[in-house]
Design a protein around this ligand. Structure first.
Ligand code: HEM
Length: 459
């Protein structure tokens, strides 16, 4: 039998307790672990690092000393399948990424801007006034519609309506730490009928698959080489043998993009709205900056605003929606912060702990966008989207979306938080989301100071 790999700085907590704490209270677990070993510690299965130097070594040697392995991402397999970009490695991973990237390149962003602003207007103008609503749910409607457009191009009609409803339902299954445990503990994955959580998941996945396969079949029949959405690009691609992607491969990639592309962004935007309204000075400063642009908001100018950018960065710093990078596995003996890692050791970058280091971010629990105006952080000090060969493919889209949605809402509407209770982070599947979904109330439309003065002067 192969000897078990020895991991450095093992936590003293028993293995079962580690798993339970990681599932139920991930931030508490990480904060306790870092007290035992500040820069690098090992759970029962992997090494976790949060020192920028170690993170830099991993992410700059992603294809040499380390491999961006897929074997440790099995938690997501039931949702995204075996052929997803997340589940493949090496050359295959490189090729699949190249296929997926074009719609996410910076130069494609202006094309999505108007869509994002219009959708935000549409969704928020329909909200009833003075009635509480969960911001995360409302924002998810926007992020879901955006990613559908990126993945499928123009998407209207019954099939898309059904797809939207089912994608929302399937992600709701994992909305709490307890229900997320089903992803981490395979023995809970039992189909005990449509009322059991796993049974419900399997049935909803089946319905989503049917819709995706129907769309793929229709597109194969009416192939349009002019289309530039992700599905069209994937369908046009051929491997070295000249073979196109199979339906199953297409399905797994579509599902990955749809899930990864809207859940995360919705939580990030909800956190953003929370902090802006929780810290009044932040809202004031942001409004001043937005008002300085005058009447019409040019999306690409908005996206470059320094304070808005700092607010979004601080939002992604304080509660990074993705707490960890995917695992990298050592290919040889590697030295990391004075520890010798044996070949085959899985290592993750702990984004949450990196973002809470006192030496980088003094008073890390405080929401202070100014820190991003006062200094520049390296990609190994601030990395909400990971880095190296598995760096998030949707980072530019997610950041644009956050900025435009927040700017549109703030300049058009008056919102307040429903209560003054702090919003705590909790596990939602593999991500960190606001536990109560950020309950807010819309109190009216916003009139800019100048407009109010103009109206008054005309009286
Ligand atoms: C605020 C929103 C988002 C955050 C915080 C986020 C974060 C991350 C992180 C940390 C990783 C792992 C990187 C690594 O291991 O080094 C990742 C990977 C990934 N993200 Fe995102 N993401 C977001 C939005 C999106 C969007 C909009 C898409 C669009 C489809 C997307 C698609 C992906 C994919 C496909 C991967 C896997 C890449 C690979 O395996 O090569 N994400 N993301």
């Amino acid at each position: 039998m192969k000897d078990k790999i020895k991991l450095p700085n093992p936590l003293k907590i028993p293995t079962l307790q580690q798993s339970i704490e990681w599932i139920i209270n991930p931030t508490g677990f990480m904060e306790k672990a870092v007290l035992e070993y500040p820069d690098l510690f090992s759970t029962s299965t992997l090494v976790s690092v949060n020192h920028p130097q170690a993170i830099q070594k991993i992410l700059t040697n992603d294809r040499k000393m380390f491999v961006a392995s897929s074997k440790t991402s099995t938690i997501l397999q039931p949702l995204i399948g075996d052929y997803s970009v997340i589940m493949v490695e090496g050359d295959r991973h490189k090729q699949q990424r190249q296929l997926l990237m074009p719609p996410f390149h910076k130069e494609r962003m202006p094309a999505y801007s108007q869509l994002i602003c219009n959708l935000t207007e549409k969704v928020f103008s329909q909200l009833p006034q003075n009635k509480p609503f969960q911001a995360r749910n409302v924002l998810q409607e926007i992020s879901l519609q955006v990613i559908l457009e990126v993945v499928f191009g123009l998407c209207e009609g019954e099939r898309y309506e059904k797809l939207k409803r089912l994608l929302t339902l399937i992600t709701e299954i994992f909305k709490s730490p307890l229900s997320s445990s089903i992803l981490f503990l395979p023995f809970l994955q039992q189909d005990l009928g449509s009322w059991s959580p796993w049974g419900k998941f399997l049935r909803q996945r089946q319905q989503i698959d049917e819709l995706l396969y129907a769309e793929i079949a229709e597109r194969r029949q009416q192939y349009d080489p002019e289309r530039i959405d992700i599905l069209s690009l994937l369908m046009a691609a051929k491997d070295e043998q000249g073979e196109p992607m199979s339906d199953r491969e297409l399905r797994d990639e579509l599902m990955t993009m749809l899930i990864a592309g809207h859940e995360t962004t919705a939580s990030a935007m909800a956190w953003g709205l929370y902090w802006i309204h929780h810290v009044p000075q932040v809202r004031e400063k942001l409004l001043q900056e937005l008002d300085s642009l005058g009447e019409s908001l040019n999306p690409m100018t908005v996206a470059r605003l320094p304070y808005l950018t700092a607010v979004c960065n601080e939002t992604l710093r304080i509660y990074p929606v993705a707490m960890l990078t995917f695992a990298r596995v050592t290919q040889e003996r590697v030295e990391l912060l004075g520890h010798q890692l044996e070949p085959g050791t899985p290592v993750v970058g702990c984004i949450y702990l990196l973002h809470h280091r006192e030496d980088l971010y003094p008073q890390p629990k405080q929401f202070k966008p100014e820190r991003f105006l006062e200094r520049q952080f390296s990609p190994y000090e601030f990395m909400p989207f990971g880095g190296g060969v598995r760096r998030c493919v949707g980072d530019a889209l997610a950041q644009l979306e956050m900025k435009l949605v927040i700017a549109t809402i703030l300049s058009r509407y008056q919102l307040t938080l429903f209560d003054n209770q702090p919003e705590k982070p909790h596990r939602r599947g593999v991500t960190l989301a606001p536990a109560k979904g950020v309950k807010m109330v819309m109190t009216g439309e916003r009139v800019r100071q100048e407009e109010r003065l103009r109206e008054l002067s005309q009286l």
